[in-house]
Design a protein. Structure first.
Length: 307
């Protein structure tokens, strides 16, 4: 498992996603929000496995508060690198609100500064030049935040973000089903610009590992894709979860991955030790899956799920 080196900093490939700590998150999540004790076990176990980066957001329920309590209980506050996102419910033109919300995040997390601060909605980029950019760069220049970024859903949003010089980190979706960021050249464009991309949704909220019959029950629109995926995995003699991780590893970027229960930590570490998927396999998956996928499947904000 090779670390990613960026701007002289060595970054462990696994960034712990913590939406699960504050929300009932993920189409495949049958466990709900963990208890305080379970949360400490998840954060502590990930740390023991080498994780030093944690991804959260003001909009993830009580995730920041729970994460901060976990850090405090284990004495990790000084060593943890945290990326959080501004609440999309706020006003991007309100500089004082932004400063107050960042201060509140620091207090909840129990850290002195944020490694990264992201916009949760790329639509806010439209007011970057109307004062938003000034207050964010001020927070960075004063040492409250190290890096500025944005969480994006589409290729268009990613390209829009890459036009802003002060943005040096992105969070974006990319997985074996959803190869748009790879195929469009966005990842290469970001690398040329020195922007670090954090890849989320490598399992598409668990959709890539659910049996087809479960996908049909929870997200009927993806049933055909799930059947095609599992047929392809049978041809490859590969478990779906292994192929999903190996695809993600082929990107050579930090991967934002959440966990619901402690045993997933060791499983993820084992999966992250696998070899990256070969380029011809990546192409085969793309060609086989393209005709059974669309935005209503690839973008979770478009999902119409069934409980």
């Amino acid at each position: 498992m090779q670390s990613i080196v960026w701007q002289g900093e060595s970054i462990f490939p696994w960034v712990l996603g913590t939406a699960q700590l504050g929300l009932n998150y993920g189409v495949a999540n049958d466990f709900g929000i963990p208890t305080s004790e379970e949360a400490r076990s998840l954060v502590g176990g990930a740390w023991a496995g080498g994780v030093r980066f944690f991804d959260t957001a003001q909009a993830y329920g009580v995730s920041e508060t729970v994460l901060g309590r976990c850090f405090q209980a284990a004495g990790l506050s000084c060593g943890a690198s945290v990326i959080t996102k501004l609440s999309p419910e706020g006003d991007p033109r309100d500089a004082e609100w932004i400063r107050r919300s960042v201060a509140a995040s620091l207090q909840c997390l129990g850290v002195e500064r944020l490694w990264g601060l992201m916009l949760h909605r790329a639509s806010w980029l439209g007011v970057w030049a109307e004062g938003l950019g000034n207050v964010l760069t001020d927070l960075r220049d004063s040492g409250v935040v190290r890096h500025l970024g944005v969480s994006v859903y589409s290729v268009w949003e990613a390209r829009q973000a890459l036009e802003i010089p002060d943005i040096d980190i992105l969070q974006l979706p990319c997985n074996a089903w959803d190869q748009r960021m790879l195929r469009s050249g966005v990842l290469d464009q970001a690398a040329r610009r020195g922007v670090l991309c954090f890849v989320r949704s490598i399992l598409l909220q668990g959709l890539l590992v659910l049996p087809p019959e479960q996908v049909e029950k929870r997200l009927p629109a993806a049933a055909q894709a799930a059947r095609r995926w599992n047929e392809l995995m049978a041809e490859f003699s590969c478990r779906p979860i292994e192929a999903a991780f190996r695809f993600a590893l082929s990107l050579s970027l930090p991967l934002v991955i959440g966990v619901d229960r402690p045993e997933q930590i060791e499983e993820n570490l084992d999966l992250l030790a696998l070899d990256a998927l070969e380029p011809d396999r990546v192409d085969q998956i793309h060609e086989a899956m393209a005709e059974v996928l669309d935005e209503t499947i690839l973008n979770p904000t478009e999902w119409e799920t069934k409980s």
